[in-house]
Design a binder for this molecule. Sequence first.
Ligand SMILES: [Ca+2]
Ligand SMILES: [Ca+2]
Ligand SMILES: [Ca+2]
Ligand SMILES: [Ca+2]
Length: 246
Amino acid sequence: MAIVSQQVYLGEDVNSIIFDVTLSSALSFIPWDSNVRSAVVLLDGNDIWDSNDFPPSGQGEYFDQQVDINGIGAGVHTLSLAVRTNKNDSPDIDYYADWDFVKFDTYCGGLGYLPEDFDQDCYVDMNDFRQLIDRWLVEGPGERYDLLPDGIIDFHDFAFFAEVWQDNTDWQNWGNDNCYEVELLLGDIDYSGEVDYGDILELADSWLDAGGCNKADLNFDGIVDFKDFAVLTRDWQKRSWLYWVQ
Ligand SMILES: [Ca+2]
Ligand SMILES: [Ca+2]
Ligand SMILES: [Ca+2]
Ligand SMILES: [Ca+2]
């Protein structure tokens, strides 16, 4: 099986995975043969979609495939896209599975929330402005409206807010100038939304583990060690949008 995997955070409201895929071969007279290979989508290592179960069942285009994942449970999961081939079939030509897109129906289609999008509807607009004004001159640490975190909601925070006025993270606007993908924090290994002691525990659990794809290998050098601890401390106590989703 040729496979690419990615860890994804699925919220409780995610109920389907949607994608298009086209199966083809490098040589038109030796097409994709469904008897020896199929394209597969896996979640946590289990098949959830197989091209042989749907038309055209073989070479061709599969539009608007929708996989029901109700009941999968909120949390971190591994999503994999794969091509599975009978090992006795040793092709000397290339076969392709072109995944057009994979969309998760949560957090603005996967782009996350801007910090200023207080009501989490993917847009920074009047509703968020009203929420900010409601907290005007409120003091106290840990306020999400304290965009310049100095313990008070005032003009400094408004300046941050004004910077992203009418920006959005709606995946349907992907590629537009005012549409953004909001990254998660690298050091937030346990996806709590904050780089904190939970992440140190995760890192300690993987200490000196070697090999690729370890989520505690924060500098991607193939081993979990002090260099990763340094990356974690760099982001210490920073929060991402995920913190406010909980
Ligand atoms: Ca909003
Ligand atoms: Ca402030
Ligand atoms: Ca964390
Ligand atoms: Ca490392």
